[in-house]
Design a protein around this ligand. Sequence first.
Ligand code: FAD
Length: 484
Amino acid sequence: MTPPSLLVRELIDAIGEEAVVWRPEDLLVYEYDATIDRGQPEAIVLPANTDDVVALMRICNRHDAPITPRGAGTGLSGGALAIRGGVVFGMNRMRRILEIDVENQTARVQPGVVNLDLGTAAAPHGLAYAPDPSSQRACTIGGNVAENAGGPHTLAWGTTTNHVLELVLVTPDGEVQRIGHATRDQPGYDLVGCVVGSEGTVGIVTEALVRLVPAPTSVRTLLAIYDSVREASNAVSAVVASGVVPAALEMIDKTTIAAVEPVLHTGFPLDAEAVLLVEVDGPPSQVAAEGGIVESILRRFEPREIRSATDPEERERLWAGRKGAIGALGQIMPNYYLLDGVVPRTKLPDVLDSVYEIADRYGLPVANMFHAGDGNLHPCLLFDEREPGATERVLEAGGEIMRVCVDAGGAITGEHGVGYEKRDYLPWIFSDDDMAAMQGLRSAFGATENFNPCKIFPAGHGCGEAGGGHAQQTIAKFGPKAFV
Ligand SMILES: Cc1cc2nc3c(=O)[nH]c(=O)nc-3n(C[C@H](O)[C@H](O)[C@H](O)COP(=O)(O)OP(=O)(O)OC[C@H]3O[C@@H](n4cnc5c(N)ncnc54)[C@H](O)[C@@H]3O)c2cc1C
């Protein structure tokens, strides 16, 4: 057996053998996240507190070893992958909810707290944590902060950035910074705003103070069943244009239904082209009024049927169909490539037409389930990576879909981040000056090329020529054009 390196021995001395993973067979499970890229670290460290993070970071810096923060590894842009090896900081042992302050409606948590666990802990106090990614059973608050995660219910409440008040951050040079404040609207720069959504490139979050919101006193969930994706998309635009802001507005298409229904038995009709899940919540009188308005708008677009659920079990079953959709796609094909684009909502019908056309042209099944109310598309291309050339075909089709989103006035990510996977697409939406300004901000936090290397920005030492992510093929086709 290969003995541990000097770096690994020092890491073990700092936090103990049981908190350092370094044997090759154990490293395998940390090679991937939810994307199709891979990166093998030299070691994983599992710190128990902020002091551990500082000590470990200093050791890595002394050894010039790349550092990659990691939560649950559910990320969909390769942000937690150790592309240049080095040490992955797995934050999962730091999973304590330190305080729920009911009066001030806040929670102080460690970064490894699982999103759903926070919601569950807040519920007995009549409170909720609003950002609810579909991965909420696994993903962590640290990962949510890094990705500025959204979810079905962020249409009304906003994404993670609207819910973080204060952070403890260990900067890449090993300094501990407490940024933000429990009271809002503090003077000075919005440093919390800089860290949320920075995709783990400016430091490691070791504590977060987040807002909780009052749990709704009543909820109505509508399931609108359509025989045409275009009509369903038009209904989405009309609901949003009406001024009513539903708590959630999600679309699920026929391919997704075919995967979900046999395993989750949600009651989605197998022959529908698309279903919309629309939720309104609040005091009963508001739910009755807004539910009525939404239903009448949905009816204008010739749904086959509209069902309404108010009892918690029925609602839960419908949401299980949405939140379990990606996992269920394994029924159809062993691999998926989940894209994340955002477009102006009025462009949804045309962009969806293009998505189906592109997938068809490449001979790939495509499933769509997405936060329609946000204009946030998630086309999911299905394939079998064992088939020669399949991965390349999927990546090229994915690049074309991204390009369609950009050309429609949208962007290359709505909530999953740029990460490793889409960094070569960044010049499609930002000029060189924009990117230089962002790099400058990153440097101001003390980040060098060793801190979460090869993420967000194109190119970079040791990441492969002209990038290294899969995006290059598409760049070659469309050119590195910045449209800003
Ligand atoms: C089935 C499925 C459904 C999903 N649905 C949604 C959805 O509805 N909405 C949505 O927004 N996303 C969704 N995602 C994507 C993903 O779950 C989110 O991006 C989530 O926030 C990632 O959290 P994580 O703990 O898994 O982080 P990881 O994947 O481990 O890491 C993600 C990024 O965060 C950084 N990071 C992690 N912890 C820290 C920390 N403590 N300090 C600094 N940086 C850190 C990593 O370096 C990496 O760049 C989905 C993913 C899957 C697989």
